[in-house]
Design a protein around this ligand. Structure first.
Ligand SMILES: Cc1cc2nc3c(=O)[nH]c(=O)nc-3n(C[C@H](O)[C@H](O)[C@H](O)COP(=O)(O)OP(=O)(O)OC[C@H]3O[C@@H](n4cnc5c(N)ncnc54)[C@H](O)[C@@H]3O)c2cc1C
Length: 375
């Protein structure tokens, strides 16, 4: 390998930071790694759900320099477009590369959002969310996936007395008979437990239902085309939307907009083979952080191999979850949570509540996030 190789990583979320650190550690002084970030801060998504209520940012939104290795060059900018040799940024820079890693993630709806939406102005964003939540009498959530379930858990923890007295109402409209996505990752027991917990805590559930905001009134939701429900605050949790800067590649993305990749992280739609995509922006069936260390190690090896051998490089495949239950905890405020553990021979078993709480709900991983992210 010559000494002049440049790797550009776009997006400084958990996967972008992990990729940039690992690739630089692999290349050592034989290559430059540039990490392009919209914000000066990293935003740790699994703990985001508590922020609108606590606005305690410690270890959830923190300086990139706490977790990015010193010899990775951080460039504060937004990538607007890319080819197979350079990215163009909002400030007008053209940054050339030998290999590109897209780690641009996806857009999450409010109240989670992303640095792509609020940049460095997270305090303003979460202050606004907090005020809306405080003053709302009826909060209605469209979509009962894990993010909305966790958010409702936080609402119940804070407003339990108001919900009991009727001063505040929380509702979820969901398109199946149980909460959480009706896919391979969440078993029936976990879905049942979450659904029952909501009912027991006074959350009104509209199951097997579709909710749309009335075209005539932004505070009215029409359920199944018939029933009209008024709510002063409506949140959507109907899936993530991948963020892919402009490009001219044909077939780079699938129908939902995710970058099509092999298990090597190499983008299928790029003939030169020098563009990789990792994390929420790629088309892996599973998105999340459980496999983060494996993924960082694989992309590290593969980018280095590509830089050495070009399109002849023999790249390694990573492991991911496909069509199977995953180890998972759904937090329900700091004191409650439900989880599942897929075990060899036993199948998927319920995680005891104390374990779910100590593993996730209590701190949402914040005590170890910087170590985890920098690793
Ligand atoms: C409430 C919640 C709970 C979760 N709980 C868990 C859990 O318990 N376990 C688990 O494994 N996973 C969990 N997840 C999922 C996990 O957090 C995500 O899958 C993971 O953080 C995605 O990381 P990422 O690096 O791919 O994307 P992100 O963290 O979204 O990072 C992408 C970055 O790219 C930046 N960017 C985008 N476009 C550009 C551009 N053009 N130029 C420059 N920068 C750009 C964005 O601003 C952002 O900083 C949870 C997610 C949420 C929201």
């Amino acid at each position: 390998m010559t000494t002049s190789k440049t790797v550009v990583v776009v997006g400084a979320g958990s996967h972008g930071i992990g990729s940039a650190n690992h690739i630089k550690r692999e290349l050592k002084d034989q290559g430059t790694v540039k990490l392009i970030s919209i914000s000066d801060n990293a935003y740790f998504l699994p703990a985001a759900i508590r922020l609108p209520l606590t606005r305690d940012y410690e270890n959830i939104i923190y300086p990139l320099t706490d977790v990015v290795d010193k010899d990775v060059e951080i460039i504060k900018d937004e990538v607007l477009s890319f080819t197979d040799s350079a990215v163009t940024t909002k400030s007008g820079k053209v940054i050339e590369f030998d290999a590109l890693v897209l780690a641009t993630g996806s857009r999450w709806s409010s109240p989670v959002a992303s640095t792509f939406d609020f940049g460095d102005n997270h305090e303003k964003y979460f202050e606004e969310q907090h005020d809306k939540i405080e003053s709302a009498k009826h909060i209605l959530l469209i979509g009962g996936g894990f993010v909305n379930a966790e958010f409702v858990g936080e609402l119940v923890a804070k407003y339990e007395a108001d919900i009991k007295s009727g001063a505040k109402k929380i509702s979820i409209v969901h398109n199946a008979d149980k909460l959480l996505p009706d896919g391979p990752f969440y078993g029936e027991n976990l879905r049942t437990d979450i659904t029952n917990w909501m009912k027991e805590h006074g959350v009104k559930l509209y199951l097997n239902s579709k909710g749309v905001v009335s075209p005539n009134d932004p505070h009215k939701v029409i359920i199944n085309g018939k029933e009209e429900v008024e709510a002063d605050l409506i949140y959507f949790g109907t899936g993530i939307k991948p963020i892919v800067p402009e490009n001219d590649f044909v077939d780079l993305t699938n129908k939902q907009g995710f970058v099509r990749v092999d298990k090597t992280f190499q983008a299928k739609g790029v003939p030169k083979g020098n563009i990789f995509a990792i994390g929420d922006v790629n088309d892996f069936e599973y998105h999340g952080l459980i496999k983060r260390e494996d993924w960082s190690k694989t992309i590290r090896k593969n980018v280095a191999l590509y830089l050495k051998d070009g399109s002849k490089a023999k790249l390694t495949e990573t492991s991911t979850f496909e069509n199977e239950n995953i180890p998972s905890v759904v937090s329900l405020g700091p004191k409650h949570g439900k989880g599942q553990l897929p075990l060899p021979l036993f199948g998927t078993v319920r995680a005891p509540e104390f374990l779910a709480v100590s593993m996730k709900s209590k701190t949402l991983f914040t005590e170890k996030v910087k170590k985890m992210t920098a690793r």
